[in-house]
Ligand binder design. Structure first.
Ligand code: NAD
Ligand code: MG
Length: 385
């Protein structure tokens, strides 16, 4: 039977990968809801092709008469995004939104008992305990889309979590892996947007360049797999062939490999625990060449250490880290902050407002708002909190 899929963020990079997956499995999956933030025009084109029951433009009114896809209800605004996340015909909700904006749709979908195919790692970073609680109480299920976490899930298949001694997340190292600290001071947005191995949305591409992304993923892994921070490591692997590794208590190391494409983890999150056939570039070990590993350089990429420390501190610190990072990345892309300023701005926000308990959603949203204000002030004037 065909399974209904709601794709939140259908016009983005992961959203497009998901539609490529649906294209190859028209009998198994169909789109029931598609959302975009600004671009009604881009969503119209998708609605014509996919004929979802619901199409949502979350940030802008849909121009009257702009979209005439028969059978599709058009809605706009934040509430409509939550409607898409809980659509009764959706068996799976793919959360491919970017940033903390993905948190409430994740919570709503899990509370409605949905499988959430989670690309939006920021949900777990901002409010890991609340997200896991929503899954438990609502009967929902979280299946990761992030390639590292999908790799870990695949390595764990059939295994018991008590047999795991270490999770080893791989990182490409980004475009500045070999750059000196002096050179990093003069990085431009165009330099940072040129990722060596993955083609992704702008925010995660900059997060990969600062290695903030790997810190977000350490926190994500902690909550998804219930593994303490002391047993989660990251290693730079420039070829992006090994997507992550799991070490078991007997010293065996399992790795999941393949040429980098997000279509495989998206498909796995939809078909889990089964596997479906897929036409994709096949792995050729000879063509892949040498696989190499390096330590993460926390001195040149301080955002990594700041994020992992925020995760270890727990409470509201990871939400503050995330919000500060979002504001700092936007400022860097707008030419308002130099590249090393991203980590400096995050550090500033964590010092200003990193404490407190993440006891409820309101506390998380309040910390997020305070961190955004502190970071904006830092970007404008570099003044103390
Ligand atoms: P993107 O910028 O390409 O797409 C984001 C999508 O979300 C777009 O459809 C956009 O319209 C929508 N959107 C943006 N801001 C929104 C808001 N405030 N409210 C509602 N909708 C909004 O991003 P992406 O690269 O596809 O990444 C999406 C998520 O997946 C991120 O959390 C990212 O970290 C994660 N992820 C991405 C990749 C990748 O290869 N792109 C890999 C792993 C994880
Ligand atoms: Mg990843």
């Amino acid at each position: 039977m065909s399974r209904g899929v709601a794709i939140l963020g259908a016009t983005g990079s992961i959203g497009r990968s998901a539609l490529a997956v649906l294209e190859q499995h028209p009998d198994r999956f169909h789109a029931v809801a598609l959302t975009a933030h600004h671009s009604a025009e881009a969503l119209c084109a998708l609605a014509e092709r996919w004929k979802p029951k619901l199409a949502v433009v979350s940030d802008a009114p849909v121009p009257p008469g702009a979209c005439t896809s028969p059978g599709t209800v058009w809605r706009s605004g934040r509430e409509a995004l939550l409607e898409a996340a809980t659509h009764p015909d959706a068996g799976v909700v793919l959360n491919a939104l970017v940033g903390a904006a993905g948190l409430e749709p994740t919570l709503a979908a899990l509370r409605a008992g949905k499988r959430v195919a989670l690309a939006n790692k920021e949900s777990l970073v901002c409010a890991g305990p609340l997200v896991m609680q929503a899954a438990r109480e609502g009967g929902g299920e979280l299946v990761p889309v992030d390639s590292e976490h999908s790799a870990i899930l695949q390595c764990l298949a059939g295994g018991d979590a008590s047999e795991v001694s270490r999770l080893i997340l791989t990182a490409s190292g980004g475009p500045f892996r070999t750059w000196s600290a002096e050179a990093l001071a003069h990085v431009t947005p165009a330099d940072a947007l040129r990722h060596p191995t993955w083609s992704m949305g702008a925010k995660i591409t900059i997060d990969s360049a600062t290695l903030a992304n790997k810190a977000l993923e350490v926190v994500e892994a902690h909550f998804l797999f219930g593994v303490p921070y002391a047993r989660i490591e990251a290693v730079v692997h420039p070829q992006s062939i090994i997507h992550s590794m799991v070490e078991t208590v007997d010293g065996s190391v399992l790795a999941q490999m393949g040429f980098p494409t997000m279509e495989i983890p998206v498909l796995y999150a939809l078909s889990y625990p089964r596997r479906l056939p897929y036409a994709v570039r096949r792995f050729d070990p000879v063509a892949a060449g040498a696989l190499t590993f390096e330590p993460v350089d926390g001195a040149r990429f301080p955002a990594f250490g700041l994020g992992v420390s925020a995760g270890r501190a727990g409470g509201l610190a990871p939400a503050v880290f995330n919000a500060a990072n979002e504001v700092a990345v936007a400022a860097f892309l707008a030419g308002e902050l130099p590249f090393p300023g991203i980590a400096e701005a995050i550090d500033h926000a964590l010092q200003c407002c990193g404490g407190g308990e993440a006891s409820a959603l309101d506390a998380v949203l309040d910390a997020d708002a305070r961190a955004r204000r502190a970071t904006e002030t830092f970007v404008r004037s570099q003044v103390p909190c």
